[in-house]
Design a binder for this molecule. Structure first.
Ligand SMILES: [Zn+2]
Length: 164
């Protein structure tokens, strides 16, 4: 990810690696390239910038969230490529074998998709996108559903619901 930034008014209390205390809130401009898909994602993200050495620091959790949000956008735009699939999977912190197990596929199939030997399956792509959207919304409903199916647990004998 490459980037540049612009200064903003807030000044959090923090010290730079160079030792300077002149560290200010900053907006970093980052970009993520997907050359095989013909897509470049650009984003403005909160960062910190040292007034002394000009080092720009973006928190790892911000980068993690950016990867998730970019993955959702790729899915929303219908970028059905192995490159996008791999980005989405990695943004979720899942290994190819994890995704294969959750989606009832073989790791070889995932590998074929991600290396461009075959186009990803639409249903698998959408399931991965649902997991990404859940992660952005800080929930795990799709992953939990898939996990339950993988375990093959029998459903409870009765359901109690209340509609308001
Ligand atoms: Zn510095």
């Amino acid at each position: 990810m490459g980037g540049r930034g612009e200064e903003s008014a807030r000044r959090p209390r923090r010290r730079c690696l160079c030792g300077s205390a002149d560290v200010r809130a900053w907006i970093a401009r980052l970009s993520l390239d997907f050359p095989r898909s013909g897509v470049t994602a650009s984003a403005a993200v909160p960062a910190l910038r040292c007034g002394c050495c000009e080092r720009v620091h973006v928190e790892p959790c911000t980068l993690e969230r950016l990867r998730l949000v970019v993955g959702c956008e790729l899915a929303n735009l219908g970028v059905l490529t192995g490159e996008a699939f791999r980005h989405m999977r990695r943004a979720l912190g899942l290994r190819a074998c994890d995704v294969a197990q959750l989606l009832d596929l073989t790791p070889e199939t995932i590998s074929h998709w991600e290396t461009g030997k075959a186009r990803p399956n639409r249903a698998a792509f959408v399931a991965l996108a649902a997991m990404l959207q859940d992660a952005v919304d800080r929930r795990t409903i799709t992953r939990d559903r898939l996990g339950r199916l993988v375990e093959g647990r029998p459903p409870p004998p009765s359901l109690t619901l209340e509609l308001r």
